[in-house]
Design a binder for this molecule. Sequence first.
Ligand SMILES: [Zn+2]
Length: 274
Amino acid sequence: MPELPEVETIRRDLEQVLPGRTFTDVKINYNGSIKEPSAYAIKKGLPGRQVDFIDRRGKYLLFYLHDSTVMVIHLRMTGRLLLFRDMPALDKHSHVIFTFDNHACLIFHDIRKFGTIYWLPEKRLDIVKGLSALGPEPLTEEFNTNYLYRTAKKRRGQIKGMLLNQSIVAGLGNIYCDEALFLAGIRPDRNSDSISAEECAKLCRAIKEVLKKAIEKRGTTRSDYRDALGNYGLFQNHLQVYGRTGKPCLACGSMLVRKKIAGRSSHFCPQCQK
Ligand SMILES: [Zn+2]
């Protein structure tokens, strides 16, 4: 699933091309991708409207339009947003096709069909389940050691589950949780209330560091993820633990292990992580 670095990479790609452009056509091949208002309303209503800018919250992309409405897209498991200069050849997973006044095409492509699209007045964004409940952005000041420590102390579950919770921190998923916990030297199955203030400081730094590096490398492609130009990310070449089960830890040489934690396959070094 695309996480914060992948969604941010797509946002930056779209931001190069779409601001100032006007929708001229919307074709919807799979109505199930549209959550609000309806496929019909989007097909009828979007053409003629202009894109002001593209924002991101957690794993959500927000297209702010000039008339104070917002199109919200969540890619979920396999969603892609692919930008083309002209109409490309379409396949059966090309569910929504947006055309703009410079003939550019934006394709919402989604093999598993879990991705969602909303189009709403700005002041009604609260009806997007999950968006209004998001916790702080991890790359802002609001997400800091104190916040992490206070939150961890109040909770009973494992730290990995806490980091995956979008209402605690927005945009982390399985890959970047595992990578950040490795960098911080904390086992993913530690109880969150057992984590010291010093460890929280390390974890906060590790989360910011791993996300910044992953954005710099344009995200991680394990299978489905592509940027808006259809290219692979590069951060898979820099992963320390994720997907490296049975291979030696790059820090100590011990064999990395995998264990189901917080319902997710979790990768860690039993030696380096306490
Ligand atoms: Zn190690």
